[in-house]
Design a protein around this ligand. Structure first.
Ligand SMILES: C[S@@+](CC[C@H](N)C(=O)[O-])C[C@H]1O[C@@H](n2cnc3c(N)ncnc32)[C@H](O)[C@@H]1O
Length: 314
């Protein structure tokens, strides 16, 4: 297993005399910097990241307690090209990138990314917005656009952990002899490119105090399918830390940046409360040895494990 990309220890000289970044979390498995991603990204080694989950400001004037979403039009697009050029080289050869955006800028952003990477999917996140009044001059917008891009054609992708089980009724309907013993019926189906997942409501237990927090279910699907166990996920615009939580729960390593100190605090709290739902992150040799000898189910393995590595280290 690769170590987390360097480095939390850049000196003032290395940072060109600027204030050193504030490491709000610096553990074996989770590293979060309260810092502008475009500054901090320079300390991350090229080719060291398996998956980038990028959820930047949308260019729509959202209030993140800073001026990060005040750019629009050409200025927003220029800034977008700058972060893409800084961040994409960090991807490992088999690495992939997901970009959250909205219809207002998705055409331009996808073209920019297609010049740098191979486009694999456009995923539509249907936010399950209820129908009630609203605009009368156009159709109500109820989705986000998500671009999925790869560095090369032989990219890492594991469908099995994100398959959706068939319900009993469908299984029964497919019980004719020609379907009997079919692997796809047992293992579940591909989630397809339309993801209907409710946005996070005020009363949702998952809710953190962040205006554009993404549902864990969506980010977990990205992490599980597109980052190998023990691999490294980079989230340059961490927000409330949804990607970090997904990583802790599923044994991936996380590195991220967030400018707003309050949101960075939220990330620390959410990560501290998160519990792995699968095996702990362990050194390669130990993991390999136990994979050979253990016949524990994932749940039993979790019962055996003590506190999460994050909790132990902060
Ligand atoms: C769309 S939100 C991310 C939401 C996140 N995916 C979640 O689920 O909570 C974008 C976040 O990026 C932060 N941000 C904006 N520009 C940044 C930059 N240059 N470096 C680091 N963070 C930035 C904002 O403060 C905001 O919290």
């Amino acid at each position: 297993m690769r170590a987390l990309p360097p480095d939390s220890t850049a000196s003032q000289a290395e940072t060109g005399g600027a204030a050193a970044p504030f490491d709000i979390l610096d553990t074996e498995a989770v590293r979060l910097y309260q810092e502008d991603a475009l500054d901090g990204i320079q300390r991350i080694a090229d080719g060291s990241v398996d998956l980038i989950v990028a959820d930047p400001p949308y260019g729509l004037g959202k209030d993140y307690g800073n001026d990060s979403d005040l750019l629009s039009g050409d200025a927003y697009l220029e800034w977008s090209e700058r972060w893409m050029d800084a961040i994409i080289p960090k991807l490992a050869p088999r690495g992939t990138l997901y970009l959250f955006c909205t219809w207002q800028y998705s055409p331009e952003l996808f073209v920019m990314l297609k010049k740098r990477l191979t486009m694999i999917n456009e995923i539509i996140w249907d936010r399950r917005v209820p129908s009630m009044g609203g605009t009368t001059r156009k159709f109500s917008s109820v989705h986000d656009n998500i671009g999925f891009f790869a560095r090369q054609r032989d990219y890492y992708f594991d469908l099995d952990p994100v398959r959706i089980p068939y319900d009993a009724e469908t299984k029964k309907a497919r019980s004719r002899p020609r379907f009997e013993g079919k692997k796809w019926l047992e293992v579940g189906y591909n989630p397809k490119d339309l993801w209907s997942v409710p946005r996070i409501h005020r009363q949702d237990p998952e809710r953190a105090d962040h205006p554009t927090q993404k549902p864990l279910e969506i980010v977990e699907r990205m992490v599980l399918s597109s980052c190998p166990p023990g691999g490294v996920v980079l989230d340059p615009f961490t927000g409330s830390g949804t990607t970090a939580v997904a990583c802790v729960r599923h044994g991936r390593r996380f590195v991220g940046f967030e400018m707003n100190p309050q949101y960075a605090g939220l990330v620390r709290d959410r990560v501290t409360a998160a519990q792995p739902v699968y095996a702990q992150i362990r050194p390669d040799s130990e993991a390999a040895a136990s994979a050979e000898t253990s016949d524990l189910t994932p749940d039993a393995a979790n019962d055996e494990a003590d506190a999460s590595p994050v909790q132990r280290l902060i």
